[in-house]
Design a protein around this ligand. Structure first.
Ligand code: 6GU
Length: 243
């Protein structure tokens, strides 16, 4: 899968790209990431890409020409134009469902904004998929783009150790419940013991206990994620009850 990231701050990415899972995916050729500095497409002698808003008001607006021209220059660099995703707090909210949708694309062009946003004509011309990572304000789309890459690459076949390890992730199509508590050695620390059932070797009991724990935690913290079929005793044969 190929990502192209268009940004005014290309220096923010190398540290992130070197992190272990991503670094390995890049080295194995499963994922390709190209970073592009939007300023390269500025016609201004100071490489300016923003300007004051018509009608007045605080802040600066990203100009239409360098942004549109940067996307149009980058698109032919791959075998396919790719889906253009614009990171903005005005976008649809990123959820695991949206992540799954984006992971199905062979190429994503992630456009990071700064300042007070883009000239509206950027959106009118490019018709991007506008995505927000949540209801809070970031200084720019760069961190949001890293979030998108991070969530999407986990779904690229071969990136994770074994191919199933994302099916059970919280919020994924295979499991919309929160993860249950996990334990490893030692069996006891400062009097805090690992639940007996996990040491029992009884896989049926363990699976039921985990399902129950996931359900209880989700009910307490995120009841909005639950529906009737999520009850651990619900009569359904979907994979979450088999595990
Ligand atoms: Cl994608 N950009 C900015 N600037 N702020 C955000 C965001 C994006 N998503 C949530 N807040």
């Amino acid at each position: 899968m190929r990502f192209d990231i268009l940004t005014l701050f290309p220096g923010m990415f190398p540290g992130y790209l070197g992190q272990s899972l991503l670094d390995k995916a890049l080295r194995r050729g499963l994922v390709e990431i190209h970073i592009h500095d939007i300023r390269r497409w500025s016609k201004d002698k100071h490489w300016k890409v923003d300007d004051r808003p018509f009608g007045g008001g605080p802040g600066m607006v990203m100009r239409v020409e360098p942004v549109v021209e940067s996307v149009e220059a980058v698109q032919p660099q791959g075998d396919r134009p790719g889906r253009v995703v614009l990171l903005t707090p005005q976008g649809r909210r990123l959820t695991q469902r949206v992540v799954e949708e984006l992971a199905a694309e062979p190429r994503l062009i992630l456009l990071c904004g700064r300042y007070e946003g883009f000239d509206q004509r950027v959106i009118d011309i490019l018709q991007p998929d506008e995505v927000s990572i949540g209801d809070y304000v970031l200084n720019g789309g760069e961190v949001a783009a890293m979030v998108v890459v991070d969530a999407v690459i986990r779904l690229v076949p071969g990136v994770l150790g074994h191919d199933d390890s994302n099916v059970d992730d919280s919020f994924s199509t295979g499991n919309r419940l929160l993860e249950c508590a996990q334990y490893t050695r030692p069996r006891e620390f400062r009097g805090w013991r690992v639940p007996e059932v996990l040491l029992s070797g009884n896989h049926g009991d363990i699976a039921r206990w985990r399902q129950q724990q996931s359900y209880e935690k989700t009910k307490q913290r995120r009841a909005d994620l639950l529906d009737e079929s999520d009850r651990p005793d619900a009569d359904d044969t979907s994979r979450k009850d088999e595990t």
